[in-house]
Write a protein that binds this ligand. Structure first.
Ligand SMILES: CC(C)(COP(=O)(O)OP(=O)(O)OC[C@H]1O[C@@H](n2cnc3c(N)ncnc32)[C@H](O)[C@@H]1OP(=O)(O)O)[C@@H](O)C(=O)NCCC(=O)NCCS
Length: 174
């Protein structure tokens, strides 16, 4: 069971949070890869939603959703990628990550997003409604049980042949 942390406040990032967000990503992932992705997505103006979890004025969690070019049967889909997400190593497994995901999914429809795509742990994301089955027809650099999707708008990902094109900011080749 995940323990609740009532003192956590989830809010959108402010410009003054950027250094703390970068430091948190570096700490949670143990290296620079993810904060560099965040920085490149920011520079490319691809960020759809960036939320932080604040505890006693300190940023202890961060989640990023960025616009992810997606086509299904020659139709454009307003999809976003969920990545990266980080919780301070001392504050993990208290439900903060889950609160960030849930709040993101709540806010995204008003921003125009109709679907969310994630490469993540198959044990974690299905609890929010993500499934590998929903992403099975989406060609791209990833596949398998860790490549999952969720529709914010019913039917958004319906179709036969889809393709997701990860922006160069992710540092992938396809
Ligand atoms: C993944 C992460 C954001 C989860 O945040 P959190 O606040 O610990 O998550 P919650 O407390 O809401 O949920 C805990 C659940 O996440 C799962 N979980 C946590 N880290 C995980 C990981 N690296 N891989 C798989 N599952 C993980 C736990 O198994 C737990 O599941 P349970 O409730 O069935 O026991 C956090 O552990 C983290 O920052 N990890 C390092 C960075 C990372 O791997 N980010 C994800 C890839 S973008």
């Amino acid at each position: 069971m995940v323990e609740r942390t009532p003192a956590i406040r989830i809010r959108r990032e402010a410009a003054s949070d950027i250094a703390a967000i970068n430091a948190l990503n570096r700490l949670a992932f143990g290296g620079p890869g993810e904060w560099q992705i965040v920085a490149r997505l920011r520079q490319a103006k691809l960020i759809a939603l960036s939320l932080v979890a604040e505890e006693k004025g300190r940023i202890v969690g961060h989640i990023l959703f960025s616009w992810l070019p997606t086509r299904i049967d020659s139709r454009e889909v307003a999809a976003v990628a969920l990545a990266p997400m980080a919780v301070h190593p001392d504050r993990q497994r208290r439900g903060i990550g889950s609160q960030l995901v849930r709040e993101g999914l709540k806010q995204l429809p008003a921003l125009g997003a109709t679907a969310v795509i994630v490469l993540g742990h198959p044990h974690f994301y299905p609890r929010f409604g993500f499934s590998a089955e929903m992403a099975r027809h989406l060609a791209g650099p990833f596949s398998g049980e860790a490549f999952m999707a969720l529709e914010l708008e019913p039917g958004a990902l319906q179709g036969e042949n889809g393709k997701v094109t990860y922006p160069a900011a992710f540092g992938l080749n396809s």
